[in-house]
Ligand binder design. Structure first.
Ligand SMILES: NC(=O)c1ccc[n+]([C@@H]2O[C@H](COP(=O)([O-])OP(=O)(O)OC[C@H]3O[C@@H](n4cnc5c(N)ncnc54)[C@H](O)[C@@H]3O)[C@@H](O)[C@H]2O)c1
Length: 253
């Protein structure tokens, strides 16, 4: 899939990895839709990339359906790229000092990271299927953001790991289902990336994590994530797979 002139939707595009993807793809000539529940962030990034801002919470079925109608009406063609970067990463033990964690906490993380990603994926795929293409031509690429926590979840990451494990698990069945429409589905499992999500991490924890990374001994830069997104979009052989992007780190317990 060519990036120039493609219409790319980025959920969570208002910050961190999503923002880097918006900027990177726009630089390569894509038309960007920045979807985020934080309206100011969506507008800030969409203004910078001359794209479209859409304020929406990805966990809401009807609101997201309406957002996709708005996106379709604003463009001459359906979207052909959807990158799911919206997510949260709160940490809590299953049983803490005050007893078992609230079930609603677990539900919230699953709702945003897993169900929200599915919500964006189902509507993106439905819109991509409408594209008029000649035989064998691609209609679209969907990239979900998992995490290495799907494989090496640490204490406190029980909900986050479960949600990202779900994202990993959706990849192959989604790719299989959408293949006949010329739509590919991939997931990226990032290690640690320098974004607002990790901003409050104490310096000594950051240093310990740098040390656990094989090479390079630092956090990834959001542009390095965006560069893999661009590779996946342009190389049609990427399909149905989850790629770790983590400098070789294997997280300790
Ligand atoms: N930063 C890392 O080290 C790292 C590592 C592995 C995986 N990830 C994953 O990458 C993705 C992006 O993380 P980031 O570091 O850029 O975080 P971030 O906090 O910088 O950005 C996340 C964005 O998602 C938006 N968002 C959150 N909930 C939403 C909702 N319900 N609807 C719409 N938008 C919503 C936020 O407003 C924010 O703009 C997340 O899924 C995260 O789990 C990040």
């Amino acid at each position: 899939m060519k990036i120039k002139d493609c219409i790319a939707l980025v959920s969570g595009g208002g910050s961190g990895l999503g923002e880097a993807v918006c900027r990177y793809l726009a630089e390569l000539g894509a038309k960007i839709i920045v979807l985020d529940k934080d309206e100011n962030a969506a507008v800030r990034v969409s203004t910078a990339v001359h794209g479209m801002a859409v304020q929406c919470d990805i966990t809401q079925d009807q609101a997201l359906e309406e957002a996709f109608v708005k996106i379709q009406q604003a463009h001459v063609r359906p979207i052909s790229v959807a990158i799911n970067c919206a997510g949260i990463a709160p940490a809590q033990r299953m049983v803490g000092r005050n007893g078992p964690v609230a079930l609603s906490w677990f539900e919230e993380v699953i709702k945003i990271n897993l169900i929200g990603s599915f919500n964006v994926m189902r509507l993106s795929a439905a819109q991509m299927m409408k594209a008029q293409v000649v035989a064998e031509e691609e209609r679209g690429v969907i990239i979900n953001t998992a995490s290495i926590a799907a494989f090496d979840g640490q204490i406190g990451q029980i909900a986050y790991s479960a949600s990202k494990g779900g994202v990993v698990g959706m990849t192959l069945p989604a790719a299989r289902e959408l293949a006949k429409f010329g739509i590919r589905v991939m997931a990226i499992a990032p290690g640690l990336f320098d974004t607002p999500m990790l901003q409050n991490m104490p310096q000594e924890v950051r240093a310990a994590l740098h040390e656990q990374t094989l090479f390079p001994k630092r956090f990834g830069q959001p542009e390095e994530f965006a560069s893999l997104v661009a590779q996946i979009i342009t190389n049609p052989m990427f399909n149905g797979e989850v790629i770790r992007l983590d400098g070789g780190i294997r997280m300790h317990a």
